[in-house]
Structures are given as C-alpha cells and as structure tokens.
Design a protein around this ligand. Structure first.
Ligand SMILES: Cc1cc2nc3c(=O)[nH]c(=O)nc-3n(C[C@H](O)[C@H](O)[C@H](O)COP(=O)(O)OP(=O)(O)OC[C@H]3O[C@@H](n4cnc5c(N)ncnc54)[C@H](O)[C@@H]3O)c2cc1C
Length: 568
C-alpha cells in the first residue's frame, strides 16, 4: 500500500506516478433509494408502494455522475442579478447556470412541488418527502423554490377563487423559467416574503404597508423584504400591514395589467452556503397584490405555508445526514490506515455507527411527520399531532444536522475539507435549515406554547411515544418534567413565563428523542434502536458522535449499510 521511498527528484516522480494509492473511488452509480432500507420500508409501511418505481428511477439518476455534476456546477456558478438592462431600464432578473435549470426541471417533473396536492392515493406526503430526501442528498439549494411552491398551495387554498386561478399552473409538471406573466407560462413557482430588516422571527414588526384599491381585494403594497429567496419566482406570498393589521397577500412579478409589477430586486445576498439559490433583498413601490384570507389574519393564513416548509426543513436535514453518513462509510470502506481499512478500526466503527444511528432516527421521524400530514384531514387529533410533531422534528433534525455533517466530514480526513468531496457543501448548507422557517428558539417556544394550550397535541404526542411500551418509564419521566414546568409556569404567570421559556429547547429535545426512540423500536433495525436508547436516552453515550457504549452492536449497524452502496 505505502509507496517505497525513492531518491528520484520530485518533478520526475510526479510525472510518472501511475495512480493515486489508497484513495477511495468516487461514489457514483449507486441507487440512493434502493440503498436506503429505512426509506424503502417506510414507503411500503405507509401505503405508498405506488411511488416506489418513481423513487427507484430518481434514486438511480441522482447517483449518476451527471446529476452529481449538476449539483457542483450550480453551486460553483452562483446566480447573477441583472437589475438593469444596458439602456438603464429595470430588469430585475436573475440568471442561473444551466445546471440549476436541469435540477429544477428534474424536481418539477418529479412533482416535488406538487405531489400531495394532485395525488389522491394513500401516502402522498410520505412519497413526496422521500423524493425530496433523495434530492436533498444531491443538491439542496434548488429545493428552496420547490419547497415554497409546494407549501404555498396550503395557504392559497384559504381563498378558493385565487386558488382556482393559480393552482393549475402551480401544480403543472412543466418547468418554465421564462420571465413572463403567469398566464403565458406552462408552469409557475411561488416564493415567500416575511422577513424585514427590523424583524424576521417577530413578523409583527413588519412595516410594509398595503393600501386597498376601492372595495376590492386588490391592494398596493409599499415596503421591503430583507430576505426574499428565489426572487425569479412568478409570485410571492407576503405579509404586509393593512388597515386591520398584518395580512397575507399574493404578489405576482407581473401585474394583471400585463406590466411588470413594482417589485425591485436590490441585491443578492452573499451567503455562507446554499449558493446555487438566489436570496435577495427586494423593494415594493406600490406593487399590485391580492389579499389572501382575511385582513388582519396574515400570520394564521401564511402559517399553513410555513408548516409545510418546516416539514421540508426536517426532510432536508434528514437528507443531509444521510448523504454525509453515506460518504463517510464509503470512504472508510476503501481508505486504509495502520494496515486496515478505516471501517475495521474499532473507534472509527463507533463513529460511523453513531452517524448511522442518528441518520436512521432522523429519517424515521421525518417520515412519521410526513405521514401525519397525510392523516391531517382525517381528524382534529391527527391535525394536532401533525402540528406538534412538525415543530419538534424541525427543531431537532435541523439542530443535529450541522454536528452530524461535521463529524462525517472528519471521517474523510483532509479530503473531507476539500470541495470536490461534496462534504464542505453539505456542511455549509446544514445550519440554514435551523434558521429559516422559525429559528431554533422560536420553534422551541412554539412547541412549548402548543403543549401548554392544546391538550390534544400533548395527548397524541404521548400516545405516539407509548406505542413502544418499553419506553413507559422514560415517557413518564418526560411527562412529569413537563407537568412540573407547566405548573411552575401557571404559578408564575405574572412574570411572563421566563422560567418555562428557558426550558423550551430541553423539553423539545426530550420529546424528539422519545419520538425517535418509539419509531426506532417499532420500525428501525434492532441494533440501531438499542444503541439509540442506550446513548441518547439512558446516558450511556457521550456528547460527541463516536461515543456509543460497549453494549452497542456497531458491527451489525455497519453491516446493514456496508453492502448497500454497490452499483444497482
Ligand atoms: C439563506 C436565507 C434565505 C432566506 N429566505 C427567506 C425568504 O425567502 N423569505 C423570508 O421571509 N425569509 C427568508 N429568510 C429569513 C429567515 O426566515 C430569518 O432569517 C429567520 O426567520 C430569523 O429571523 P431574523 O433573521 O430576523 O432573526 P431574529 O428574528 O432577529 O432572530 C435572531 C435570533 O433570536 C432568536 N429569537 C427570536 N425571538 C426570540 C425569543 N422570543 N426568545 C428567544 N430567542 C429568540 C432567534 O431564534 C434567532 O436565533 C432567509 C434566511 C436565510 C439565511
């Protein structure tokens, strides 16, 4: 394996060096779907077998060199904003690399932006989440507009007339990137504008004003948005202050008059990651917009959209962790150190197994939430569970992803720090999902609020945990802690709940771990479930990855994965 020392000058040696030794081959031509037993089992369990052929085809394609190249190209060639044409006229267009369009076309044609709204068969949200999770492992930036378009439908349906007008084009499986009025396009995309300079989490601070035109539902909007991703979308759901309070509007890029709307892209953000995607600052100068829902109930209207994008944040994070774990295992299979492949070194086995445990737990939780979306219309209880579980999963999976990806990156040693390995891109992308659609604290507070005021949410949460009877005592402990906190909160109600708020993250984390444990015990592989409970619930693991206790069957956890990355 090791090269023999030589006295030849360096230049002549490098000229004849036949090949790089002891390097892992590129991980290409594997099927992202077929190699993920957790995902495939869930598709079957949730009655979404009808989607399996599509998942197989997409999983195969995303493993090809071509699809991987698109991901790199779209990120290495960032979008360019054209504010003006050469004559000084406003243009407000963003130009993307062709690979971006290839990625978008693939996702739209696979109906990642629409599936549950057009598919009446069982498990449509689960099927879509699985498609998104596969896609996330290849390139995440482009899924931002895909996700917002999918999510916008949930809010648009508050206004059947508007929905009837826009849905056919939103749900179209044709990707049409042309900058034209929506009526002239075969398919459209929808973005979201809530965050302003003076406040993102606290949207009540929005200052953008909406003035009603006569007695209609049409308005003129003036103000700005500090973050407005994918500004080339055809329309945006935005929040603005109307006479009766913060309201939700649909603001298209082209006004009904056929003219460009007064929507001006000021600049694109220079971002840490998510580089293929354009995120902009925009201004509205009397832009035409149409009210959705009731004036003054903007947050309640747009929250339907936000709940869907929160599910996608959890899905993206599960995808990132899966991608990172796969890359780490692949590398460790081929790379030797100290006379053995890394994957046979006991400490590396612990690290890899721990990463796989986290990834499997993430996948199961995300898919359970997606299944809850499918069940939402069935009962009020199912709706309550979907709401609380979405927030819990969004909080926890997005918190775990950056640390998980960072550890996986280290498994590749120096190669992991180099762009070609893909790990730096995953690493830069990971923190984003915890920031947008409700940052960690905001989600933690949301979970706490819901647990305190919606008895159905707490009931359904506990019932889900208790479906694994082995967890009985641990669920009891969680409940006792939560009840004690809520009691203290009631006793100190006049002090603004500061005491309980400090516990929001801890309680949300505990709830997430118990949900994951319950799912793993029922549907996961037994060695993973056991290792998870020992390390995450019973205090036998450490704070870093790679600290599973001796009782963990790391070999069995690795075996489940090791053979799964062959060419399919
Ligand atoms: C790449 C990117 C793209 C984005 N795209 C969009 C987009 O398309 N549309 C859009 O509307 N927004 C978008 N955003 C904005 C994003 O949603 C906000 O950044 C996010 O909601 C946080 O708001 P903020 O930045 O104003 O931070 P703040 O609201 O100022 O929050 C700062 C910190 O304070 C914490 N915090 C807030 N309130 C409390 C509290 N009560 N108690 C304890 N802690 C608290 C938050 O959790 C956070 O950690 C994007 C952001 C990024 C990074």
């Amino acid at each position: 394996m090791n090269k023999t020392p030589t006295n030849e000058p360096l230049e002549s040696r490098s000229a004849v060096m036949p090949e790089a030794l002891n390097q892992a081959p590129p991980l290409v031509n594997y099927n992202l779907y077929l190699s993920d037993a957790t995902l495939a089992d869930a598709i079957h369990r949730e009655g979404a077998d009808w989607a399996a052929p599509q998942l197989r085809v997409l999983g195969q394609f995303l493993g090809t060199e071509e699809a991987q190249r698109w991901g790199f190209d779209a990120n290495e060639n960032e979008p360019v904003l054209h504010t003006h044409d050469r004559f000084g006229n406003r243009r407000d267009e963003v130009e993307f690399h062709p690979s971006w369009h290839d990625l978008m076309r693939t996702s739209v044609e696979n109906r990642l932006h629409s599936l549950p709204w057009v598919e009446t068969r069982k498990g449509a949200h689960v099927a879509r989440a699985a498609l998104l999770m596969l896609t996330a492992q290849n390139e995440l930036g482009h899924t931002c507009p895909i996700s917002m378009t999918f999510a916008a439908v949930a809010a648009l349906r508050a206004d059947p007339e508007l929905a009837a007008q826009w849905e056919p084009r939103i749900l179209s499986p044709t990707y049409d990137p042309r900058f034209l009025p929506a009526q002239q396009k075969a398919g459209v995309l929808v973005g979201m504008g809530m965050t302003e300079k003076q406040g993102g989490s606290d949207v009540r601070a929005n200052t953008t004003q909406a003035v009603r035109l006569g007695s209609s539902r049409e308005y003129r909007v003036t103000g700005h948005k500090w973050f407005c991703s994918a500004p080339m979308c055809d329309a945006f759901l935005i929040l603005a202050q109307a006479p009766n309070g913060l309201s939700c509007f649909l603001l298209p890029r082209w006004a009904p008059s056929g003219e460009k709307n007064a929507f001006y892209i000021q600049r694109l953000k220079r971002k840490m990651g998510n580089r293929s995607n354009a995120s902009s600052e925009v201004e509205f100068q009397g832009a035409w917009a149409r009210l959705i829902g009731e004036e003054g109930r903007g947050v309640q209207t747009i929250i339907e959209m936000v709940n869907c994008t929160r599910l996608d944040c959890a899905t993206a994070s599960a995808g990132l962790m899966r991608a990172a774990a796969v890359q780490a295992v692949h590398h460790a299979k081929y790379r030797q150190a100290f006379d053995k492949p890394l994957i046979e070194q006991p400490l590396m086995q612990n690290v890899l197994a721990d990463l796989l445990v986290e990834s499997e737990a993430a996948t199961l939780l995300m898919l359970r939430v997606a299944a809850a979306f499918d069940a939402r219309n069935g009962s009020e209880e199912a709706r309550s569970f979907a709401r609380i579980a979405t927030a819990i999963a969004k909080y926890w999976l997005c918190k775990r992803a950056p640390a998980h990806v960072g550890e996986a990156l280290e498994c590749l040693g120096g190669n992991g720090y180099v762009e070609e390995s893909m790990l730096p891109r995953l690493y830069r992308e990971a923190p984003l999902y915890s920031i947008w659609e409700g940052s960690g604290n905001v989600i933690g507070l949301d979970v706490l609020r819901t647990l305190g005021k919606d008895p159905a949410a707490l009931f359904t949460l506990l019932r889900e945990m208790q479906l694994a009877p082995e967890l009985g005592k641990r669920v009891g402990n969680f409940l006792a802690r939560l009840e004690a906190s809520l009691r203290r909160q009631a006793e100190h109600a006049g002090e603004g709940g500061a005491d309980l708020q400090r516990e929001a993250r801890m309680l949300t984390e505990r709830a997430a771990l118990l949900l994951q444990a319950s799912l793993l015990m029922r549907y996961g592989s037994p060695p993973v479930a056991e290792a998870f409970c020992a390390s995450r619930l019973d205090g036998e693991g450490g704070l870093a990855f790679g600290t599973l206790p001796q009782s963990a069957n790391v070999q069995a956890i690795l075996d489940r994965m090791k053979g799964g990355l062959q060419e399919n």
